[in-house]
Design a protein. Structure first.
Length: 255
């Protein structure tokens, strides 16, 4: 159900079948300046998404009628709206499964509403003009067009093309591309990627797995052969680096 009144900070759709969770998040997010709409099952979530056009979705995994993973698949088929998963399932495999579907973050239950607010704020800053937030983007998009191999990256429109083919990237995937290719050949540690894109430092090994999942997703969309990447290279034990322009694939600086 929607709450009253517009918000300069944007609209959040909260989807959870627990009334207590919905009440707490509605109160906290309204106090933080957001307009909040809510749904208690997967089918209602899709209806609310289409009627309210939220700037971000907070989505529980275990939902009646249609689970959160199925809702995420449906949303990703038509939208790159930021999605944060909530789940009582804390296993790494569940977290990876959610991120593989294109979610922007994954917060295990029980969670701190304050931490959720911080993650929402970080994501909406990163999204920039694509959301209702009036705050500046955390990672600037740069100016003009960047060529990455046979890809044309428009950092103003946040679009990537290979020839006439448009490659659809989520907000987080595009931000990861920008971060890695801002300084070609420079090694970016996984912990730094996590802090810049998700806004929090790694507290456990599973947090860094978020970065690995998103690099794999980006490679799957950009690399001709994701198993033998040429654009995004792994620097073992440290992080990732983009290929220097004009440098042959498999250069010794990043193995």
């Amino acid at each position: 159900m929607p709450t009253d009144g517009p918000s300069a900070k944007g609209t959040i759709l909260v989807v959870d079948d627990e009334p207590a969770v919905r009440r707490v998040l509605l109160m906290r997010l309204q106090l933080a300046g957001y307009n909040v709409v809510s749904a208690e099952d997967g089918e209602e979530a899709l209806e609310m998404f289409h009627s309210e056009s939220p700037d971000l979705v907070v989505l529980d995994v275990m939902l009646p009628k249609m689970d959160g993973f199925a809702v995420c698949r449906r949303l990703r088929a038509e939208s790159c709206v930021p999605i944060i998963f909530l789940s009582a399932l804390e296993s790494i495999s569940e977290r990876v499964a959610g991120l593989d579907l294109g979610a922007d973050d994954y917060l295990p239950k029980p969670f701190s509403p304050k931490e959720l607010e911080a993650r929402i704020s970080t994501i909406l800053r990163r999204v920039g003009s694509g959301s209702a937030t009036v705050e500046p983007r955390e990672i600037p998009s740069g100016q003009g067009v960047m060529r990455v191999g046979d890809l044309v990256v428009d950092t103003n429109r946040r679009q990537v093309n290979r020839g006439t083919e448009r490659i659809a990237l989520t907000y987080t995937e595009f931000s990861l591309l920008e971060l890695l290719f801002r300084d070609p050949g420079h090694v970016v540690p996984r912990a730094e990627i996590l802090e810049q894109l998700w806004g929090y430092p790694p507290r456990r090994a599973a947090d860094l797995r978020v970065v690995d999942v998103y690099v794999a997703r980006l490679r799957g969309k950009l690399e001709p052969d994701p198993r033998n990447p040429e654009l995004i290279l792994t620097v073992r034990g440290i992080g990732y680096a983009s290929q220097r322009m004009g440098e042959p694939a498999g250069a010794p600086a990043a193995v």
